[in-house]
Design a protein around this ligand. Structure first.
Ligand code: HAM
Length: 421
């Protein structure tokens, strides 16, 4: 007996149906927003992720050497891969590029409910638009996806890491360490780093500002604490709120939160996280924001923004809020009675399938009553019973499973009867 590796999952048919339901809502909405699908490899050169993603991700990588001695890593996310793809092959396309992808990613984390070593993300990126409208469009798709899944409890927290960056007068690497300690709310580390950098005085305002969360009034409070350094970044968030109004996004769907710092190092501007309050400890269903990666990978500077929603967690919150629609049941289960009727049964099966209906047939040669039990167990809508006597008259028995009503019907009317029921 083999066991699954720790932190991985098997998904059975019922679970896969739920996952596809959620994924398809995202794909439909993304396509309706003009996003187009891309796919990138599940493993990449290790340097792609060490270049800019930051310590938060790097220590969680599944990194390995292949048989040619190359340093590789399973993707922990999609953004770096998509921006690598953009810089190498998509740069000359008309801008903006709006790209989405759905797939699995890998992080060596301590597994718990909602936190796995292999998980799935629904990811979208906008490359080369103007910053503000692109950020609003990304947020509209992220929040819209939650709504399209039917979730009522949506809470986005929107901040601007550009404000914190411009408040920290340090080179990027030192900025990164300070931001990391803020992200982790690790205040001893924050104090120690600021002391090392000779700016212990920044600790108190930073601690105050990351506590600010609420409606637009927190932007005024942030201005009071941070002063001139924050002016531009706070005005940006006010303008963003105006655009979100235009999209019809309710003010109750989001809050401004100066404490959104994000675990990845590439963010430079607006940043956001989305929580689903019914999930408990791992309640963060998504996150994203504006970032700079194209220039790290050798491309020109263009605005880049995007987000990823965690599919596993979205499904959990959709289950908690009971929004998942059951998959379409099998339309018809065909039961040949006696060997003489199998040939005709397969023809009927094929014509049902050709009409776009879901149809299955007895593959074991069970008797009619065992077959009815099976049809019940798989929730088939109809059972088509083909006895040799009826077949001679060109007829079959059609049984509607929901009410047990059974009638004889001409074989040429079967497809219509099942389809129109
Ligand atoms: P992230 O916040 O690292 O962002 O991940 C996004 C979402 O993926 C999380 O909010 C969570 O729902 C889900 N997730 C992350 N790790 C796990 C895990 N171990 N198990 C289950 N779910 C998980 C990014 O990955 C960025 N690339 C988003 C982005 C796109 N930013 C700009 N463009």
């Amino acid at each position: 007996m083999f066991e699954r590796p720790r932190g991985t999952n098997d998904w059975g048919p019922e679970e896969m149906a739920k996952r596809r339901f959620v994924e398809s809502r995202f794909i439909q909405l993304a396509e309706s927003f003009g996003f187009r699908e891309v796919s990138t490899p599940a493993f990449e050169s290790l340097d792609l992720f060490t270049a800019k993603s930051g310590p938060g991700i790097v220590k969680e990588l599944y990194a390995f050497k292949d048989q040619g001695g190359r340093d590789l890593a399973l993707r922990p996310e999609f953004t770096a891969s998509i921006l690598r793809f953009y810089v190498s092959s998509l740069r000359s396309r008309p801008k903006p590029l709006k790209l989405y992808t759905s797939g699995n990613a890998f992080r060596y984390e301590e597994p718990q409910r909602g936190r796995y070593r292999e998980f799935s993300q629904l990811n979208a990126e906008i490359i080369g638009g103007a910053a503000l409208p692109s950020d609003a469009e990304a947020l509209a798709l992220a929040i819209g996806t939650m709504r399209a899944i039917g979730l009522k409890q949506v809470k986005a927290r929107i901040g601007n890491i550009g404000i914190l960056r411009s408040y920290l007068p340090f080179p990027p690497a030192d900025q990164g360490v300070v931001l990391h300690s803020l992200d982790k709310r690790n205040f001893p580390m924050l104090e120690a780093e600021l002391a090392r950098l000779g700016r212990r005085d920044l600790a108190s305002p930073l601690r105050k500002v990351i506590e600010l969360s609420g409606d637009a009034s927190v932007l005024d409070d942030a201005a009071k604490i941070l002063g001139a350094a924050a002016k531009e970044g706070l005005a940006y968030l006010r303008d963003l709120a105006g655009l979100l109004d235009d999209y019809g996004i309710r003010r109750s769907d989001y809050a401004f939160d100066m404490g959104v710092v994000r675990g990845l190092d590439y963010y430079t501007g607006m940043v956001f996280e989305i929580d689903s309050p019914n999930l408990g400890a791992e309640k963060q269903v998504g996150g994203g924001g504006a970032y700079r990666l194209a220039e790290v990978f050798g491309g020109e500077a263009v605005a880049q923004t995007g987000f990823a929603l965690g599919l596993d967690r979205l499904v959990m919150s959709a289950e908690a809020e009971r929004t998942i629609e059951p998959p379409r049941p099998l339309d018809a289960y065909v039961v040949p009675v006696g060997d003489g009727s199998r040939k005709k049964a397969i023809q009927i099966l094929t014509s049902l399938r050709a009409a776009g209906l879901g149809a299955d047939i007895d593959l074991i040669g069970r008797g009619p009553s065992k077959n009815l039990d099976y049809a019940n167990a798989i929730s088939a809508r109809f059972v088509v019973i083909l006895g040799e006597r009826e077949l001679k008259q060109g007829r079959a028995t059609l049984r509607e499973m929901a009410n047990g009503v059974q009638r004889e019907i001409a074989i040429e009317d079967l497809v219509d009867a099942v389809r129109d029921a």
